[in-house]
Design a protein around this ligand. Sequence first.
Ligand SMILES: *[C@@H]1O[C@H](CO)[C@@H](O)[C@H](O)[C@H]1NC(C)=O
Ligand SMILES: *[C@@H]1O[C@H](CO)[C@@H](O)[C@H](O)[C@H]1NC(C)=O
Ligand SMILES: *[C@@H]1O[C@H](CO)[C@@H](O)[C@H](O)[C@H]1NC(C)=O
Length: 312
Amino acid sequence: SLLVASLVIQLITAMASGGGGSSGATSSMVAALKKYNAMFTFGDSMDETGNICAASSNKTELDVLTCTHPPYGETYFGRPACRWCDGRVVVDFIAQALGLPFVPPSKAKGKDFRRGVSMAITGGTAMNFSFYKSLGIEDPVWNHGSLDTQIQWFKELMPSICGTEQSCKVYLRKSLFMFGGYGGNDYNVQLLELGLTPLQAMNYTPKIVTAIANGVEKLIALGAVHVVVPGIFPTGCLPIFLSLFGDAASETDFDGTGCLKPYNRLTEYHNSLLRKQVDALRRKHYNSTRIMYADYYGLVYQMIQEPEKFGV
Ligand SMILES: *[C@@H]1O[C@H](CO)[C@@H](O)[C@H](O)[C@H]1NC(C)=O
Ligand SMILES: *[C@@H]1O[C@H](CO)[C@@H](O)[C@H](O)[C@H]1NC(C)=O
Ligand SMILES: *[C@@H]1O[C@H](CO)[C@@H](O)[C@H](O)[C@H]1NC(C)=O
């Protein structure tokens, strides 16, 4: 939770300085950030604020989700809050820093979504399930909440958030869109379910990154102006990858930090292509949008290298 807080502080600083910048945020910049009327979030389990739970009323199914049991939620909410975390997730910290309420899940009934809503759902992918079906996957990971589906959920909610198409254009230009990080589950499917090597998975990276960029275009067409597009975490440092692939790896596969280099190379490749697409989108929409790449990889890697700097 401390790690997440540090990540968010650095992210907010980068946003305040115009995205990708490294200069520190001044208080007037931070004050300017508080002017967002709402925050709309998309993504996967990293950004989950309750959709996976709200989507089912079947107690047996809900019980299977470990995030519905302690110790999830114990350090902040005091109860499991359908987040894959003992406290808050990144978008929770951002909402608080911007003076906005926590984003309710879009599947929640009877909520007011005018100040924000989360379309993110555990298992969310950049690619449609039809793509994975064509690769031989029979069931989606958890759900069918791909990027296109999430944009569709958002479109369906728009009338209740901002009214007509025209009034939405006016409203949404003052909102913050957090688009992802998408991609983590796309690689999980390939590496963990299909058993592809990181090198083989790279073949699909251009498709995945293009799907994310096309998603940003769709949001812009709906009226989005401020859009944060995060990269993905260093896969080769994640415990699940270390425990599944660490034993079979050779000594030269590990970097000085103890992360698996072949998996991190895949993530770096994804993030570098994504960054190029974000730059291209910025150039294309330079006079009407503010599209920001968020470097989750660099921040998380720094925390793994120097945990003591982050209080752990
Ligand atoms: C709840 O889900 C379980 C597991 O998917 C299923 O076996 C059961 O029939 C469902 N119960 C109801 C009431 O739908
Ligand atoms: C997902 O499928 C729909 C139609 O089924 C298609 O229009 C869309 O382009 C697909 N999206 C991606 C990211 O492949
Ligand atoms: C941005 O530029 C394009 C053409 O270069 C123009 O059509 C559009 O109206 C401009 N938008 C704004 C918000 O100035």
